[in-house]
Design a protein around this ligand. Structure first.
Ligand SMILES: [Zn+2]
Length: 228
C-alpha cells in the first residue's frame, strides 16, 4: 500500500515536471522566437558575423545539468550541411536528427517526439539542401546496394510528384522531399499531431543553399525570406 502511494506520488511529480517543461517551452522559446533565432543565426553565418555559439567551459558546465535545446533540426547527413554552423549556434542549442536525404523513419520520429514531449522544444525544421546526393540517386533511378536502397525508397514518392512538375527535376524533388517529411511529421500520431493541434508546436521546412549558405524557408507560410 505504502509502495503504491509512493508510486502515485512519483508519477504525480513526474507529470508536474513534464507539464512545467511543456508550459515554459525549451529554453523559454516559443516556435516564433525559435524561428527568429534560427533566421538571425543564418544571417550571421551568411554575412560572416558569427557569434560562433557558446561552446566554452561555462556553457558546458551549464548544460551538464540538463539540455534545453530550442529547436529540432531534421537534416541531411551531408558533411556540408552542419546545423550548428549554418545557424550559428552553440552546445545544447539544437536537437539534431541527421539521415541521408533528411528522411524520417519510426526511430527518427521518436527522436523528434522525445524532444517535443520531454525537452519542450516548440519548433521542428526539416532542412533539405541543393545538390543532395540521396535525392540525386533517387532521381537517377534503379536499385541501390545494401541498405542504401531503403533511403531511395523513402525519397521515391517525392521524386514521383516532382516528375509531374515543370522546371528542374532535382530541385523540385528536393523541395518535395522536404514537404513530404514535414507532412509525415505533422501527421505523426499521437504526439506530434496533437501538439500541432494545440498550437504549441510548429513544423516547418527549408532548403539550404550550399554555395550561398542561406536557407529558403518553405513551409508553412514562411515568416520572411532569408537574405540573398
Ligand atoms: Zn543530402
Amino acid at each position: 500500500m505504502k509502495k503504491a502511494v509512493q508510486r502515485i506520488l512519483t508519477l504525480a511529480l513526474l507529470l508536474l515536471f513534464a507539464s512545467t517543461v511543456l508550459a515554459s517551452g525549451a529554453a523559454g522559446l516559443d516556435a516564433e522566437e525559435a524561428m527568429k533565432k534560427l533566421m538571425d543565426g543564418n544571417r550571421r553565418f551568411v554575412s560572416e558575423s558569427y557569434d560562433r555559439g557558446d561552446i566554452g567551459p561555462g556553457r558546458r558546465a551549464e548544460i551538464s545539468k540538463g539540455q534545453r535545446p530550442f529547436a529540432v533540426i531534421v537534416d541531411c547527413s551531408d558533411s556540408r550541411v552542419v546545423p550548428e554552423f549554418i545557424f550559428d549556434q552553440g552546445l545544447g542549442d539544437l536537437f539534431v536528427i541527421r539521415t541521408a536525404g533528411n528522411i524520417v523513419d519510426d526511430i527518427a520520429i521518436g527522436s523528434v517526439e522525445y524532444a517535443v514531449n520531454h525537452l519542450g522544444v516548440r519548433l521542428v525544421l526539416v532542412l533539405g539542401h541543393d545538390d543532395c546526393g540521396a535525392v540525386k540517386a533517387t532521381v537517377a533511378g534503379g536499385k541501390a546496394e545494401g541498405h542504401i536502397d531503403a533511403i531511395l525508397q523513402a525519397i521515391r514518392p517525392a521524386v514521383a510528384v516532382a516528375r509531374q512538375q515543370p522546371g528542374n527535376l532535382l530541385d523540385n524533388a528536393i523541395v518535395q522531399n522536404v514537404e513530404l517529411v514535414v507532412r509525415r511529421l505533422q501527421s505523426a500520431q499521437p504526439v506530434l499531431a496533437q501538439a500541432l493541434q494545440t498550437g504549441d508546436l510548429k513544423i516547418v521546412g527549408g532548403v539550404y543553399r550550399l554555395k550561398e549558405g542561406s536557407v529558403d524557408w518553405r513551409l508553412p507560410q514562411p515568416l520572411q525570406q532569408s537574405p540573398r
